[in-house]
Design a protein around this ligand. Structure first.
Ligand SMILES: C[S@@+](CC[C@H](N)C(=O)[O-])C[C@H]1O[C@@H](n2cnc3c(N)ncnc32)[C@H](O)[C@@H]1O
Length: 256
């Protein structure tokens, strides 16, 4: 079901996709040519850590508070299997790092830490402060060890169900510059978390939503986000969606 859905979604995306020549807005042209289409340069130290996790065959108990894994029915999961199936790829993690640099993001929120690999990319520059949320104590523990191992002291991991932890954290935070939503891939929580987060953004903030075509519920959530009154331009990169809330941009949706 998921596979068929993804093939259909990919074909639609491919038919809608545009290239640099069709981009008349200087903002979008620059974003496309200087960030999105730039070569990915995965961080060697972070990738070494990913490799370690890919070869870690210890079993851990994971209570997934989200949509769960397509690749596991049991609560017992191998760390290697999580590293293989649940993490953002090096190319996209490196893109998120470039986006954070390009938009000069200082306060970054990541929903869904898992093993902490993408958090490390988001925290690559010391001036950034990353708040990352994870509901599974076993994953939070491994991620914390990864952050210590990598010497990152600009990441705060908030353990617990995002339903409770996100509203609490947001009340104490200044405006958020960048958000990476990669936790509960269901319609209702995605839209609810988006609603909370979008109200804490400023006009130059960027919200990234992962897996927008992964399943029908996420497609529906993506369409709801595109129609949101605070949302102007959106860009569908198939793997994820970029959301811009700057009223100076037109109300337009692109597929790249
Ligand atoms: C796809 S993984 C995150 C991957 C990570 N962002 C990366 O790219 O490396 C999703 C994570 O979100 C967590 N999660 C899902 N729903 C949650 C919730 N309601 N509260 C807290 N964590 C949640 C899961 O435990 C899982 O580890």
């Amino acid at each position: 079901m998921h596979t068929l859905h993804r093939i259909k979604a990919y074909l639609n995306h491919w038919l809608d996709a545009v290239d640099a020549h069709s981009l008349h807005s200087p903002f979008l042209y620059e974003l496309y040519t200087q960030v999105i289409k730039q070569e990915s340069l995965p961080d060697p130290a972070i990738e070494k850590l990913r490799k370690k996790l890919l070869n870690d065959h210890r079993m851990i108990a994971v209570d997934d508070l989200g949509a769960g894994s397509k690749h596991a029915d049991s609560h017992q999961r191998l760390i290697s299997e999580i590293a293989h199936h649940s993490l953002t790829t090096p190319a996209f993690a490196s893109l998120y790092d470039r986006l954070a640099t390009y938009f000069n993001a200082r306060i970054i929120v990541e929903l869904g830490t898992s093993l902490g690999i993408t958090s490390l990319y988001l925290a690559r520059e010391a001036e950034r402060k990353v708040y990352t949320f994870e509901g599974s104590p076993a994953l939070a523990e491994i991620a914390t060890i990864s952050f210590e191992f990598a010497g990152s002291n600009n990441i705060t991991l908030i353990e617990g169900n995002i339903d409770q932890t996100l509203p609490y954290l947001l009340t104490g935070l200044p405006k958020v510059d960048m958000v990476f939503m990669d936790a509960n891939h269901r319609y209702e929580p995605t839209v609810r978390y988006f609603e909370l987060l979008v109200r804490r953004t400023h006009e130059h903030s960027l919200i990234i939503i992962d897996d927008i075509h992964d399943q029908a519920e996420m497609e529906k959530a993506w369409r709801t986000v595109q129609r949101h009154p605070l949302v102007y331009t959106t860009i569908d990169l198939f793997r994820c969606g970029l959301v811009f809330v700057n009223p100076a941009l037109s109300k337009q949706h692109y597929a790249w």
